[in-house]
Design a protein around this ligand. Structure first.
Ligand SMILES: [Zn+2]
Length: 873
């Protein structure tokens, strides 16, 4: 057995040498240009640090460094492997960087010495443990768990107290983050009982410490197998040992806005986000922890850059609804942490560092409303051992500020049922905050106590409390003052559930081609609390469209549009872009163009292959549609990172040309932003005054499966996606978008008790051939008895239409008569009753024709008969 272990040890050492066969270094671009920032993105390079306007650090091999030098970049080496290894070994007075066993032993000792206020929990697994348990002895030394220590009075009880967390070591090569987390823990315990604020905060909060979120990766670094290792040790290529294809970036695996920005699908990438959100056991452990307690604030420590980051971070320009209060707290903390270069740590929104998806902070804040911060410690991944203590000391005050934050400028209280006094899970909506910024989940009171917390800036707020089954309550001008909490306990009165009724219950409309008409649908709520509804519709005989009523077809379909290129060469106006990701200013369309029910007279052209009618969107990533955090309202002809910016150097040009009935925008052999993907695309948008949109692709070559094609509305919640990163476009392809004959406005809403909303249905027969068009309008609502209401809709264009089959036929024997009745059919002028002795027969026997009512009767006879009823006009 001993020999076996020795063998494994040597095998792993060998593996580690192949992991980093070529030495890596951290290189620095001083004052990086926009061009450098565009090329050296986290998708393709291992970004170590970025200080806007100051420097960009990336991890590269020595040969890559030489190559970049030869290409003329002004770069210098700021950290080498030798230095980092030396830093790991350096001793501070007591000890150097802790290893897993030292952390665990210390946590166990702390729990043993402070049994009334400390409890240690095993909160999750690691891949190393799982592989080892499954018999792969290569992983025996990684048989580790994720540990969390809770600190609070009555530590075994889940009390009505706010939760605070401190996490370390998502990233393996950032062991200083473990040290700082342990230092905060020790500081709190050392001062408990003597420092009144700390004592109070321990007694009245529940503080969680997770110093090693990623113990397996941490071990790889601490043992110097690979000091550059960042991820966990998931065996991506399933070869049974750790190699350079392995690992998932834990801080890209959280399930809020998990996706492509600032991440990679490649196993070997340092920002590989995993096969799906929550694929990693360490991150599932974090999820379970965050879901099981009422956390209000938290910090996750990383290194390096001397930053205090606040959410959101998943895309350029995404603003959190609580942005101002988050920023205030970030500043409050940052000014207490000295920078090695003089001054203090820099507070900023996470996306300003670089946008990336699937992080702790975005999930914590987006899903749970936790004021969660990332602090990037120090100026290198592994500061020298003799600097550990200083960095820890420097960060204590900020951690204590976070711990105390719930005790000032906070609105809190419990929400209960006015009759039973039991806690209620209710939503807490604050006007001016919750209706700003991008989406996050609404704040709710917790199930156990009905407790809610809102961290705010000083000021006066209108606050609304609502819950299904209760009357909502609004409190106006609730004061939030500095230095104190505002307590607002609320009891909500139970209300009867919503009760939907609609009028009319069906629509039949006759139009001539080119006619349009509006009809009213009234949705009433005969119950007490709000009825919430949304409307969709689908053809009764074939596939659907988007909510508003656009649908699309391409020229590959038999009844699709015909490809016919509109040549505007020599006629169009050349577009001058000021930046390869910035759209033009608004330009005149030349006619009134109706898009998703709104009239537009101006549009803008983005170099990245889309036309917009609203604000610019400067992020170059393409996504699936519809999507809130994307250009909107917009038409996506070929949404990708295109490069018409540099036409004189072969990037291609963009022209537009319009008259009173159409506008043409032509991307003339525009190339993909050069680099990982390359391609050349010649395509055009044609917007027609009748609202139709035609996209035409003349020639496309190179990478064609990296774009999004489609349309979406002003709020980004409705749209059509023709393709997303698929092999779809080809030469001489046309795609036509047109509005359905039915549009609904508004398609969703809220009806207070004993009230109603009117909804406008617009029937537009323009361009429709004579015939019958049938739809179902579906109303989904929170009426507990009737969650789905279906409204049949019939549109008859022209003069001839076929009545439908009579429904609800009832046959009864009354005395010596057989009575047959049925529902009236819209548009029918008469009915015919047929009979046959065989149910599968021809029913050629006419019992009676020309019946004008909905009832027919005959005497009972001995023969067996089956009946058929038809409607005619
Ligand atoms: Zn990190």
């Amino acid at each position: 057995m001993k020999n076996m272990r020795l063998f494994i040890f040597i095998a792993l050492l060998l593996v580690s040498f192949t992991l980093s066969a070529e030495e890596k270094v951290v290189i620095r671009f001083e004052y990086p240009t926009a061009q450098v920032l565009k090329e050296f993105t986290p998708e393709f390079y291992d970004i170590a640090s970025f200080k806007p306007g100051q420097y960009l650090d990336i991890v590269v091999t020595r040969s890559k460094y030489e190559e970049l030098l030869n290409r003329g970049y002004k770069i210098k080496i700021v950290q080498t492997e030798q230095q980092l290894k030396q830093n790991l070994k350096d001793k501070r007075e007591l000890t150097a960087y802790r290893n897993y066993n030292e952390v665990l032993t210390e946590l166990q000792l702390i729990e043993a010495n402070n049994p009334t206020i400390c409890k240690l929990y095993d909160i999750g697994e690691t891949w190393g443990k799982e592989y080892s348990d499954n018999g792969n002895s290569n992983y025996d030394i990684y048989h580790q768990e994720v540990w969390a220590l809770k600190v609070s009075d009555n530590v075994l009880v889940e009390e009505d107290e706010p939760g605070v967390y401190y996490m370390g070591t998502h990233h393996a090569r950032e062991p200083i983050s473990c040290e700082v987390t342990m230092a905060i823990l020790n500081h709190i315990l050392d001062n408990y009982g003597t420092d009144p604020t700390i004592t109070d905060n321990v007694n009245n909060s529940q503080i969680w410490f997770i110093p090693l979120v990623n113990p397996n990766g941490h071990k790889l670094v601490i043992d110097e197998y690979d000091v550059w290792w960042r991820k966990n040790i998931r065996d991506n290529n399933e070869n049974g040992y750790i190699d350079s294809y392995d690992g998932v970036d834990p801080n890209r695996n959280y399930g809020w806005e998990w996706g492509p920005v600032g991440t990679s699908d490649d196993w070997s990438s340092d920002v590989y986000h995993g096969p799906e959100a929550w694929s990693e056991p360490e991150i599932v452990a974090m999820k379970n922890l965050l879901e099981s307690h009422h956390f209000v604030t938290g910090i996750t420590y990383h290194s390096y850059s001397e930053l205090v980051l606040f959410p959101f971070g998943y895309n350029d320009g995404v603003i959190a609804p609580d942005h101002d209060a988050l920023e205030e707290l970030a500043i409050e903390m940052a000014v207490t942490i000295p920078s090695a270069y003089g001054g203090n740590y820099t507070p900023q929104e996470a996306w300003e560092l670089y946008p990336c998806m699937g992080t702790t902070d975005d999930y914590s804040y987006g899903q749970h409303g936790i004021f969660s911060f990332t602090i990037e410690l120090g100026t290198e991944f592994i500061p020298p051992g003799n600097e550990i203590q200083g960095i820890c000391d420097d960060n204590i005050q900020a951690a204590m500020i976070l711990l105390d934050r719930v005790n000032y400028q906070t609105l809190t209280g419990i929400i209960t049922d006015s009759e039973t006094g039991l806690p209620i899970v209710a939503e807490i909506y604050i006007e001016g905050i919750d209706n700003t910024g991008v989406y996050r989940e609404p704040y709710q009171s917790d199930e156990l106590f009905g407790r809610y917390y809102r961290l705010l800036e000083t000021g006066n707020y209108d606050v609304t409390f609502s819950a299904d089954g209760y009357f909502s309550q609004t409190f106006e001008n609730v004061s939030i003052i500095s230095g104190d909490t505002t307590i607002l306990n609320v009891s909500l009165e139970a209300a009867d559930p919503p009760d939907i009724s609609i009028n009319p219950t069906s629509f039949t409309v006759n139009l001539q081609s080119d006619e349009t008409t509006d009809e009213n649908l009234r949705i009433s709520n005969d119950g007490e609390y709000d009825l919430i509804y949304n409307l969709t519709h689908e053809d009764r005989d074939s596939g659907g469209s988007d909510i508003f009523g656009y649908s699309w077809k391409d020229s590959d379909e038999p009844d699709g549009p015909i490809y016919s290129w509109r040549d505007i060469s020599g006629m169009g106006t050349l577009v001058n872009f000021t930046h390869n990701d910035y759209a033009t200013n608004l330009l005149p369309i030349g006619f009134t163009f109706n898009y998703y029910g709104t009239d537009y007279t101006q549009f803008r052209i983005s170099p990245n292959g889309w036309l917009g009618f609203g604000d610019d969107w400067t992020d170059w990533h393409n996504f699936e549609l519809p999507r809130v955090d994307a250009p909107k309202p917009a038409i996506f002809g070929f949404w990708d990172d295109l490069y018409p910016f540099d036409g004189s150097n072969g990037g291609g040009d963009v022209y537009y040309y319009g008259n009173s009935d159409s506008l043409i925008v032509w991307f003339d052999d525009v190339i993909h932003y050069p680099g990982t993907w390359n391609g050349t695309y010649d395509f055009q948008f044609i917007l027609y005054a009748n609202g139709q949109i035609l996209l035409q692709y003349r020639t496309v070559s190179g990478d064609i499966d990296t774009s999004t094609i489609g349309i979406q509305n002003e709020s980004g919640d409705d749209g059509l996606q023709v393709c997303y990163n698929e092999n779809y476009v080809h030469n001489e392809l046309a795609v036509l978008f047109k509005k359905d004959w039915l549009s609904i406005s508004p398609a969703s809403g809220n009806v207070p008790g004993t009230s109603y909303n009117d909804i406008s249905l617009t029937f537009d027969a323009s361009g429709l051939p004579e015939g019958t068009y049938l739809k179902n309008l579906m109303i989904n609502s929170n009426d507990p008895d009737e969650p789905l209401t279906i409204v049949p809709i019939n549109l008859y264009v022209g003069t001839i239409f076929q009545p439908e089959t009579p429904q609800n036929v009832v046959i009864e024997i009354v005395g010596s008569n057989i009575n047959i009745s049925w529902d009236a059919v819209t548009g029918a002028t008469s009915y015919t009753v047929y009979s046959d002795a065989d149910p599968y027969g021809t029913f050629s026997n006419v019992e009676q024709a020309g019946i004008t009512g909905t009832f027919w009767s005959e005497s009972v006879s001995e023969e067996k008969k089956f009946y058929r009823i038809t409607a005619s006009n």
